[in-house]
Write a new protein. Structure first.
Length: 272
């Protein structure tokens, strides 16, 4: 299947690639690493299966999937993240194929995989229907798909709401990433292509931060969307101070005894 990519799309993808290459996303991936293992377990990925991990980042799903003996291809728009994943996999002598690819235009044959996954990855592709269509296209009939995405009402969802007034304007037609954490939105994206779809709201326990300011400073240094938001207002010290205070206050509200709960939606389903 060939998807036409116009000049504006190429420019948008270049900006997204630069966003995720900024900072130190692998440090963030280390915080959320349990999500990858959770998705592999929820899908019961097994030896001999073919797995496509979409928007794989540094391999939070691809690596535990490969540990099962599955044959794994990990794709991401940002080659710098794949380089990190490649290095991590090599430490364990895991055989994973790492391939630079757009989640909205995957260079994969139709119905080629037993399992297709994405863990807080495809949600950041701007045009949700394209991403959903590509995930289903790549999975064989009777195969399984599994997604983990931040919910709109959880901590990361609130973080994006907090950053939105300070961030660059999204492109026309783009949807908010955290809509992927709304079960009704996801059902509409996949329509009648799914069978036995299950949605579970769960929470990731994070114990890395003592206070809100520590969380804010970590994300300012490592997380692409936060870096871009602050860069967008860098010439306005008052707005920088506002966002600084708002992020710290939000994190303090979620912290209890040095522990935070980050809510996510886990979806598992079969392709009809």
């Amino acid at each position: 299947m060939t998807i036409s990519i116009n000049t504006s799309d190429r420019d948008l993808k270049a900006r997204h690639r630069a966003l995720w290459a900024s900072g130190d996303y692998p440090a963030v991936a280390d915080v959320i690493a349990p999500l990858g293992t959770r998705l592999v377990e929820a899908l019961a990925i097994a030896s001999g299966e073919t797995v496509l991990d979409v928007a794989a980042g540094a391999g939070n799903v691809a690596i535990p999937a490969a540990r099962t003996g599955a044959s794994v291809i990990a794709t991401d728009l940002t080659p710098e993240l794949l380089d990190t994943g490649r290095h991590l996999a090599a430490r364990e002598q895991l055989d994973i194929t790492w391939r630079t690819a757009d989640a909205e235009a995957l260079p994969m044959p139709d119905a080629a995989f037993d399992v297709v996954t994405s863990c807080v990855g495809v949600m950041f592709a701007p045009f949700h229907q394209r991403g959903a269509d590509e995930i289903t296209r790549a999975c064989r009939s009777g195969g399984r798909i599994g997604l983990i995405n931040w919910t709109p009402t959880g901590f990361i969802g609130e973080l994006f709401t907090t950053m939105k007034p300070y961030a660059p304007t999204p492109p026309p037609g783009a949807s908010a990433p955290v809509l992927w954490g709304d079960a009704d939105h996801v059902r509409k994206l996949f329509g009648d292509k799914l069978a036995h779809a299950e949605f579970r709201t769960e929470k990731l326990i994070v114990d890395r931060f003592d206070n809100g300011a520590e969380f804010r400073d970590f994300f300012k240094a490592t997380y692409g969307p936060t870096i871009v938001a602050f860069r967008n207002i860098a010439d306005d010290p008052e707005r920088v101070a506002e966002l600084d205070a708002a992020m710290a206050a939000l994190a303090d509200r979620y912290l209890a005894g040095g522990v935070m709960e980050w809510e996510y939606l886990l979806m598992t389903a079969h392709i009809r």
